[in-house]
Design a binder for this molecule. Structure first.
Ligand code: DQA
Length: 152
């Protein structure tokens, strides 16, 4: 079974309690539950991981090299805009990376318009709330299946 790693970065454990105008009222636990449901429908397995510590996230990304992971969906939170360390770790990955954001980062403060993952990610989905994650998972599965066909 194909496996997708879902990475949630800094402050995202506070979804549901943080700035509802931007992020709504859904908690991270509820997001992960919706992702699990969709993964079951799509016939893939997922692992969801959250940390507020950059070094821990980098080590989780390193672990992906040792594991059978077929794609990564990442919302790195504010790290998206400045973490060269996380970018370097992600750049080592050979599997497709999909970047997602709950809020529409391009309509917010200017520092949020830049993403360190723009050279690494296949694409970015931003502004659809929980649906950004669900769309990210769907497109990750599509890309895996497409790559599988090319290689068969
Ligand atoms: C976010 C957008 C980031 O700019 C912000 O720092 C976050 C959340 C989002 O999901 O919209 O923490 O990644």
């Amino acid at each position: 079974m194909k496996k997708i790693m879902v990475l949630h970065g800094i402050n995202l454990n506070m979804f549901g309690r943080r700035d509802p105008a931007q992020y709504g009222s859904t908690t991270l636990k509820e997001i992960d539950e919706e992702l699990e449901k969709l993964a079951a429908e799509l016939g893939v397995s997922i692992e969801c991981y959250q940390t507020n510590h950059e070094g821990e996230m980098v080590e989780k990304v390193h672990q992906i090299h040792e594991e059978e992971v077929d794609a990564v969906v990442i919302n790195a939170g504010a790290w998206t805009h400045y973490s060269y360390g996380l970018m370097d770790a992600m750049a080592i990955l050979k599997v497709p990376v999909i970047e997602v954001h709950m809020s529409q980062v391009h309509s917010r403060e200017e520092f949020r318009h830049f993403s360190i993952f723009s050279n690494i990610a296949k694409g970015q989905i931003s502004g659809f709330g929980v649906r950004s994650y669900l769309l990210g998972l769907r497109v990750a599965v599509d890309i895996i299946m497409e790559n599988g066909k090319e290689h068969s």
